[in-house]
Design a protein around this ligand. Structure first.
Ligand code: HEM
Length: 366
């Protein structure tokens, strides 16, 4: 594979290490008898997936966009925080590294907002502030089952900001922008309630998620681009499925409220992290990976395989959660992990592909 920016590979590798180790820990948490380096390792699953993997990936993407050398310290800090968690460094040291990284992401967005002051940049910057706030609470000893909603807010707000950017906000009416801000306000209210009433906070947060799912489904250009062909249609389908899972996650949060552990917690979180967040990753991977690495990527209809598998296996897992059918939940979770591996293999092999051939769409970015 020829990449124009090989110096970014180690940062990407740190994120991937957190993803793979986090998946392993997730399987252990699900009850699969996988060997672990030490007792309690499975409790690192959430932090590794959200901060070690997604935080590093998002920070790297934003550092590339800002194109300032200092910005690369941000994914380095979060990536090293992930390594610290894996090797069993003092927990606070790893947490502080991740906190410092998330503050660095706030600094990146401050620079981006100065260049392009617009609703979408402020929104993404707000997402980074939510992540840093969650990480601060985590450092202060808040349990992950509370902090996870701050992390989820970081992701949904960042993604909504990115979609706003692409949706060409000028086409979104003033009333729709006001509705968007109101929904962000509801999310924030849910978060602020958490420390006082866990159950009430999660339910209000769920209302915000359902509202955002409806808002994004209504205003995203994906509704129009889904009628096109090739990569454009692929991206639109991923986005629209992601909004459905976002709505399901919000609905679960409204219905179940605060659950620190168990099938209902599992359903609420993974409809969000797998169904929504990974749909967004699937959609943007053919653009982001070539942009970050400066490589060439070939879109293949085979990409639909991991999208379809994610829907089927997540559905199985959630049915298992809802019906108290632990085998379905366990097998579904294992197949979720297999789906993500398939996605990685598919993406890397598309990066290695030769230049355009008949019937294929070539994506180039620098
Ligand atoms: C793909 C396979 C996955 C498996 C097998 C898995 C498994 C699990 C399990 C069993 C739990 C605990 C639920 C309970 O209390 O019953 C959990 C929690 C969690 N998962 Fe996953 N998960 C997966 C994917 C993901 C992904 C992709 C993300 C994020 C991007 C994620 C983020 C989280 C978070 C943040 C928690 C809460 C952790 C905590 O409370 O300590 N998971 N996961």
């Amino acid at each position: 594979m020829i990449v124009r920016h090989p110096q970014r590979l180690p940062l990407l590798a740190l994120g991937m290490l957190a993803l793979l180790t986090g998946l392993w820990a997730g399987l252990a948490r699900l009850g699969w008898n996988v060997p672990l380096p030490r007792a309690g390792f499975s409790s690192l699953h959430g932090p590794l997936m959200v901060s070690g993997f997604l935080g590093t990936l998002i920070s790297l993407e934003r550092a590339v966009a800002l194109a300032r050398p200092w910005a690369y310290a941000v994914p380095l800090l979060t990536g090293l925080g992930g390594v610290g968690l894996i090797v069993g460094a003092p927990l606070l040291a790893a947490q502080l590294s991740i906190l410092a990284g998330s503050l660095g992401l706030v600094a990146i967005f401050a620079a981006i907002v100065r260049r392009h002051p617009a609703l979408y940049t402020y929104t993404m910057g707000g997402g980074a502030i939510l992540w840093a706030s969650g990480n601060l609470l985590w450092c202060l000893g808040w349990p992950v089952f509370l902090v996870v909603f701050w992390w989820a807010a970081f992701l949904v707000v960042t993604i909504a900001g990115e979609r706003l950017e692409l949706a060409r906000l000028q086409q979104v009416s003033g009333a729709a922008q006001a509705a968007f801000l109101l929904l962000l306000g509801i999310l924030l209210t849910g978060l602020l309630l958490l420390g006082w009433s866990y159950d009430g906070g999660v339910r209000v947060f769920g209302v915000g998620l359902v509202g955002l799912a409806l808002w994004l489904g209504r205003h995203d250009i994906a509704r129009r681009t889904v009628k096109q062909t090739g990569l454009t249609r692929f991206i639109a389908i991923c986005l629209l499925t992601g909004y459905v899972w976002l709505g399901i996650s919000g609905f679960c949060a409204m219905l179940f409220g605060g659950m620190p552990v168990g099938p209902q917690y599992d359903a609420t979180l993974h409809a969000f992290f797998l169904g929504f967040v990974f749909a967004m990753i699937f959609a943007h991977a053919p653009i982001i990976f070539p942009a970050v690495l400066g490589a060439r990527m070939t879109y293949r209809p085979l990409f639909y395989a991991h999208v379809v598998l994610l829907q089927v296996t997540l559905f199985l897992r959630l049915i298992g959660d809802a019906a108290g059918w632990s085998a379905g939940r366990q097998v579904g979770g294992l197949l979720n992990a297999v789906t993500l591996l398939l996605f990685l293999v598919s993406t890397v092999s598309a990066l290695q592909s030769p230049p355009t051939q008949a019937g294929r769409v070539e994506i180039r970015a620098s």
